[in-house]
Design a protein around this ligand. Structure first.
Ligand SMILES: Cc1cc2nc3c(=O)[nH]c(=O)nc-3n(C[C@H](O)[C@H](O)[C@H](O)COP(=O)(O)OP(=O)(O)OC[C@H]3O[C@@H](n4cnc5c(N)ncnc54)[C@H](O)[C@@H]3O)c2cc1C
Length: 374
């Protein structure tokens, strides 16, 4: 028997869950179908930054979209807390990318300057801080630290609480999260989409494909193109300690509970989610060079997870030309963009069309690359 809804969202990670929750905020009753614990799930293994300062050099729309999300994050966090009682530990104190060499500092300065130049209409607030200025923001920096870039747009949140709150918020607004529902087939007829799992069939007039790495194979069935590949990332977590970090850095953040998370590694061509000692050593070495006091702090756990990466690293948002009503959503910064997905992208889907400015996120940009290359 087919189960009906206003919209089917395939994939219950941060991207699909934020969109499903947003659709419920628009008054729809979405079904969120999620494969289960055996699936690859970046949303359960990420670092938790809401990071804006380095997003979108050469793509001002992406910088604007990331910043919009950062600005909407307090609203999303407060709404989720009010509706579900779940605090998601969101903070927006600004963030710093720490540089350990003069060459890193010079490259970072250039990148931030390029960003400001391309954002001349919107402005781009940042400062390059020398070692002395940075030490005032982040006491305890090691002797190797040369300086860093600061911006007020950055922050962090607990990704697991966020996921839980989105699922609870969806249920509170009349939507449904179905676990263990691996979609194997998608089809469309007479304006109705059908998603089939081994057990059930679900039908709705709108479909959102947000299944992370699982989207690549499902997309062609409804005229979408989502050529994402895995990029492995690893994370270290320490025991809980007294507060030492007033704001997150690109590789270190302190959770509300006191743990230090150490992250920001990227290994292309890796499709397994096993952590390995070499990357962990490299992450730990950089963390120690940044904050030598971490030498006395015990590491309690490491893990790896797979990032969901498009060929150029930018999100893919599109509506299927052959099956209108089917939308794609994927990005490599699902924490950062959660608020924009919930409070903006879901609105576009509910209204049935994406803004013209989103043309830059359409997957046809990859077809152009292929034509140029050949
Ligand atoms: C180590 C690491 C650190 C990161 N740090 C950050 C960070 O600091 N800030 C940030 O913004 N982003 C960060 N990211 C990226 C972020 O985690 C991802 O962008 C985000 O989680 C992607 O969410 P998603 O929902 O697209 O994919 P996933 O979380 O992978 O979820 C996909 C979901 O789809 C489901 N699924 C798959 N196939 C099917 C199917 N056939 N049927 C039904 N369901 C299906 C799976 O069960 C899964 O729940 C990091 C990622 C990693 C790996």
């Amino acid at each position: 028997m087919a189960m009906n809804a206003d919209a089917i969202v395939v994939g219950g990670g941060l991207v699909g869950s934020a969109i499903a929750y947003g659709l419920a905020c628009e008054g729809l009753h979405p079904l969120l179908l999620d494969e289960g614990d055996v699936a690859l799930r970046a949303s359960r293994g990420n670092f938790g930054l809401v990071w804006v300062q380095s997003k979108g050099v050469g793509n001002p729309t992406y910088q604007r979209w990331s910043r919009t999300s950062s600005e909407l994050w307090p609203q999303l966090a407060e709404r989720l807390r009010a509706e579900t009682g779940i605090g998601v530990a969101h903070h927006r104190p600004g963030g710093v990318a720490v540089c350990l060499t003069d060459a890193e500092f010079a490259a970072r300065s250039q990148m931030m300057q390029d960003m400001r130049s391309q954002m001349s209409d919107d402005g781009f607030d940042y400062r390059m801080l020398d070692r002395g200025e940075l030490k005032e923001l982040l006491p305890g920096l090691g002797p190797e630290v040369v300086g860093g870039s600061w911006s007020p747009y950055d922050g962090h949140a607990n990704p697991l609480y966020t996921l839980r709150a989105l699922h609870a918020g969806l249920a509170a607004r009349g939507g449904r999260y179905v676990a263990g529902a691996k979609v194997t087939t998608l089809s469309a007829a007479c304006g109705v989409f059908t998603a089939e799992t081994a057990r059930d069939r679900y039908q709705a007039p709108r479909l959102v494909l947000a299944a992370g790495l699982g989207s690549a194979t499902l997309a062609p069935q409804v005229g979408l193109h989502i050529p994402v590949v895995p990029v492995r990332g690893q994370i270290i977590v320490t025991e809980r300690i007294a507060p030492i970090l007033r704001m997150p850095t690109l590789i270190l953040r302190q959770t509300d509970e006191g743990s230090i998370m150490i992250g920001e590694s990227r290994e292309e061509g890796r499709s397994d989610d096993q952590s390995g000692i070499e990357v962990v050593q490299r992450l730990a070495a950089r963390a120690l060079a940044t904050f030598p006091l971490l030498a006395g702090v015990r590491m309690v756990r490491t893990w790896a997870a797979l990032r969901v990466m498009s060929p150029d690293g930018y999100p893919i948002y599109e509506q299927s030309p052959s099956f209108p009503g089917a939308f794609a959503a994927t990005c490599h910064s699902g924490v950062t963009l959660a608020a924009a997905h919930a409070l903006r992208y879901a609105k576009y889907i509910a209204q049935g069309s994406l803004p013209d400015s989103f043309e830059i996120f359409h997957s046809r940009r990859f077809e152009a690359d292929v034509r140029l290359a050949s």
